[in-house]
Design a protein around this ligand. Structure first.
Ligand code: HEC
Length: 131
């Protein structure tokens, strides 16, 4: 192996090592979770209760999986600001929910709940769907 090739291999190995050390370093504990300018970070467990009690599940399904009456929302809902804007002023068949009915903070919890839902398995991994 020529010297410059060896140096290249060494440089890549060093960079890979540095990247893996970086990846293992825990994030600083005090980093605040910023979602939008004023909205507080949501809590998924609280969100689950609110999602049920406000009746979002009736059209979107308990897991936000969607159904005949509403589209899938989980596990990748719109960003919080867009979700809030939509719930306040839906453009089609969904009923509007005012801030007085469903406060912004509750939508932050609902958003966290939707984000916490597991990703569905790929179709290729379900034997019954292969025939
Ligand atoms: C009566 C049925 C119904 C209820 C209850 C309902 N939705 Fe919807 N929602 C819909 C339908 C239908 C759409 C598709 C767009 C439309 O027709 O407005 C939708 C769209 C959305 C969207 C936009 C997603 C997209 O991909 O278009 C969001 C976000 C959403 N709903 C959140 C909620 C939340 C949060 C609640 C509870 C506070 C809720 N919805 C309650 C029927 C409903």
């Amino acid at each position: 192996m020529k010297t410059f090739q060896l140096m290249g291999v060494l440089a890549i190995a060093t960079l890979t090592l540095m990247a893996s050390v970086r990846a293992q370093t825990p994030a600083p504990a005090a980093t605040p979770q910023v979602q939008t300018s004023q909205a507080p970070a949501g809590d998924a467990d609280t969100g689950k209760k609110l999602y049920t009690s406000y009746g979002c599940y009736q059209c979107h399904g308990y897991e936000g999986q969607g159904g005949a009456a509403g589209p899938r929302l989980a596990p990748r809902p719109f960003p919080l600001a867009a979700l809030t804007a939509y719930v306040r002023k839906p453009t089609n068949q969904m009923p509007p929910y005012s801030e007085r009915l469903v406060p912004d903070a509750d939508l932050a919890h609902i958003h966290a709940y939707l984000e916490s839902r597991p990703t569905p398995p790929p179709v290729a991994s379900i034997p019954l769907l292969q025939d």
